[in-house]
Design a protein around this ligand. Sequence first.
Ligand code: DX5
Ligand code: ZN
Length: 214
Amino acid sequence: MKLLSPSLLSANFGNLERDIELINKSNADWLHIDIMDGVFVPNISFGFPVLKYVKQLCTKPLDVHLMIVEPDKFINEVKETGAIMMNVHYEACTHLHRTIQRIHDAGMQAGVTLNPHTPVEVLEDIVADVEMVLLMSVNPGFGGQKFIENTYDKIRRLRAMIDRKGCKTLIQVDGGVNLKNAAALYEAGADCLVAGNAVFSADDMVATIAELKK
Ligand code: DX5
Ligand code: ZN
């Protein structure tokens, strides 16, 4: 599968309506929403009041990436945004299986995210229970960082694990995705690419989204 989810983090918040209209017009599949708490990651992004308006403006499904400690506390808030997918960090969840169950009970698809240093092998006993695994290809917290090359190897190892188990879990890659590496990432086995800077700093966002998906 070749899905593309532009990351709202790089949008122009002074003109959010215009940027979201361009996303609506494009062939982007989802809109990626990065929530940060200044604790799990050294940055703060935006919170749920902003997402109330994003929900009203955006016609694409929202996939929410929570870079926060104790994400269980916010399952209802994420649900209220209309999100189809709630993604939590492996490193932030002591009882990940329970968290996944709660996300499912709330009627959303569940994703688990790995930081660059976390091996995909830790997912052996949870990968079949989630709809998506998000591999961070930068250290989370900021847009516009350099892609970490080791991610290709992680994608291949995760793809092999998913195929061996015969599950349908999607692989998403987030951080430093651009026009130069997108094709190789899909080729390595990624199903969905997140792109912030590459999309929102482009002169023609709609054309760039189409190009990234090729
Ligand atoms: C980083 C976020 C990413 C970020 C990607 O912590 O999870 O979604 O917006 O931005 P780019 O594509 O610019 O690396
Ligand atoms: Zn993200």
